[in-house]
Design a protein around this ligand. Structure first.
Ligand SMILES: Nc1nc2c(ncn2[C@@H]2O[C@H](COP(=O)(O)OP(=O)(O)OP(=O)(O)O)[C@@H](O)[C@H]2O)c(=O)[nH]1
Ligand SMILES: [Mg+2]
Ligand SMILES: [Zn+2]
Length: 316
C-alpha cells in the first residue's frame, strides 16, 4: 500500500493512506533501517511517499517497506550538528513540496529579511517555488524598512502575503494561494507558523506559544514537523522555529544562480566568474546595486552567505 508521511519522530511515522477513506496510521520502519533513505538526520519527512504493509503484530499499525524517490526536498544544515561533524548533519524538513512559505513577523519577533533571503535561496536551489508570508500585520507600525523589503521581494517576483492569523486579515487570499498544494512554513520561533495553520483549520488544534517579552522572540513551542490537512485540499507543514538558516548542498559558486535578480548578471563582470563582487572594476553586481536592480540588503545577504559557505567546506 502507498501513503504519505504526515509526521515522524525517531522511528514512528504517521502515514496517510493514498486511498482517501482510510484513516492515518502509525508506522514503524520494517527492519529498523530504511533502504534508499539518504544521509539526513531523519530518514523521512512530511511529504515523503512510502510503501507500507500492515503490521502483523500491532493491529491498526503499519510497517514502512520503502521510500519513494523524492521530486524535491527542502533541507538545511542543522547548526547544532555543525560543530561535531561539519558536513554530515543536513536536516530534511519536508519532501515533495509545492511551495515554501518563508514565514516572518511584522513585529515580535522583529522582521528579519536576511533570514528570508536564505530560505528563498534554499528553495530556489531545491527547485521549489517560494513566497513570503508576513504575519502579525495587525501589529505593523508602518516601519518603512519592512515595507521596502517586502516591496523588493514582490519586485523580484516573489509573492508576498501580508496577513494576520489573529484578525484574519489577508487570510482568504492566502487560503486560495495554498489550495491544492503541499506547502511548508519555515521561519523564526514566534513568527506565528502554528497560529497561521490553526486559523485555516475548522477548530484550532496546534499548540501555540508565547513571545518572550524580554527577548522578543518565541519559545520554540513546535518541536516536531507535521503536515496538517486544511479543508478544501491543502496541506500545510508546521515546522519548529529556527534561529538560523544555514543553506545546505549549495556551493559558494552556485549562490549567484539561485538569487533571482543576480542570476541574469552572473558571469558578466569584467573578471567573469572569478570576480568576488566586492571591489573589482567592472563588477556588474556592484553596478546593479548602484542602479537599484539589486537591493543593498540582498547584496549584503549574498556576500555573507558566500563567506559562510566558503568557511564550511562548500566553497570552491
Ligand atoms: N498579534 C498577533 N499575534 C499573533 C499572530 N499570530 C500569532 N500570534 C501570537 O504569536 C505567538 C507565537 O505564535 P506561534 O503560532 O506559536 O508561533 P510559531 O511560529 O509557531 O512558533 P514556534 O512553534 O516556536 O516556532 C502566540 O502568542 C500567538 O498568539 C498575529 O497575527 N497577530
Ligand atoms: Mg509553532
Ligand atoms: Zn562582480
Amino acid at each position: 500500500m502507498r501513503g504519505r508521511v504526515m509526521r515522524g519522530s525517531h522511528n514512528i511515522f504517521t502515514v496517510r493512506p493514498e486511498t482517501r477513506d482510510a484513516a492515518d496510521l502509525e508506522c514503524r520502519i520494517k527492519g529498523k533501517v530504511l533502504k534508499g533513505a539518504d544521509d539526513y538526520q531523519n530518514p523521512l519527512a512530511p511529504g515523503d511517499w512510502v510503501l507500507y504493509e500492515e503490521d502483523p503484530v500491532r493491529a491498526g499499525a503499519g510497517l514502512i517497506i520503502s521510500p519513494e524517490k523524492r521530486r524535491n526536498c527542502f533541507t538545511r544544515l542543522n547548526p547544532k550538528g555543525v560543530s561535531s561533524n561539519r558536513l554530515s548533519s543536513p536536516q530534511l524538513i519536508a519532501a515533495n513540496v509545492d511551495l515554501v512559505l518563508c514565514t516572518a513577523s511584522a513585529a515580535f519577533p522583529p522582521f528579519r529579511p536576511r533570514f528570508i533571503d536564505r530560505v528563498l535561496l534554499q528553495a530556489d536551489a531545491a527547485g521549489i517555488p517560494a513566497a513570503v508570508l508576513c504575519n502579525k500585520w495587525d501589529l505593523f507600525d508602518g516601519d518603512p524598512d519592512i515595507e521596502e523589503r517586502l516591496e523588493d521581494f514582490s519586485r523580484i517576483g516573489v509573492p508576498v502575503f501580508r496577513i494576520s492569523a489573529k484578525t484574519g486579515m489577508g487570510m482568504d487570499e492566502f487560503r486560495s494561494a495554498v489550495q491544492g498544494r503541499f506547502s511548508v512554513l519555515v521561519g523564526q520561533s514566534g513568527a506565528g507558523k502554528s497560529s497561521v495553520i490553526n486559523a485555516l483549520l475548522p477548530s484550532p488544534r496546534i499548540k501555540v506559544g508565547d513571545i518572550n517579552a524580554k527577548y522578543e522572540r518565541g519559545n520554540h513551542t513546535t518541536t516536531l514537523s507535521e503536515a496538517a490537512a486544511v479543508p478544501g485540499g491543502a496541506f500545510l507543514v508546521d515546522t519548529p522555529g529556527m534561529r538560523l538558516f544555514v543553506p545546505h548542498g549549495i556551493s559558494r559558486a552556485d549562490v549567484i544562480f539561485h538569487m533571482r535578480e543576480f542570476a541574469p548578471i552572473a558571469g558578466t563582470c569584467t573578471y567573469g566568474f572569478s570576480c568576488s563582487h566586492r571591489r573589482e572594476p567592472g563588477c556588474r553586481i556592484m553596478e546593479a546595486v548602484d542602479a537599484g536592480v539589486i537591493h543593498e540588503d540582498r547584496y549584503e545577504s549574498f556576500l555573507r552567505i558566500c563567506d559562510e559557505l566558503e568557511g564550511n567546506g562548500y566553497g570552491e
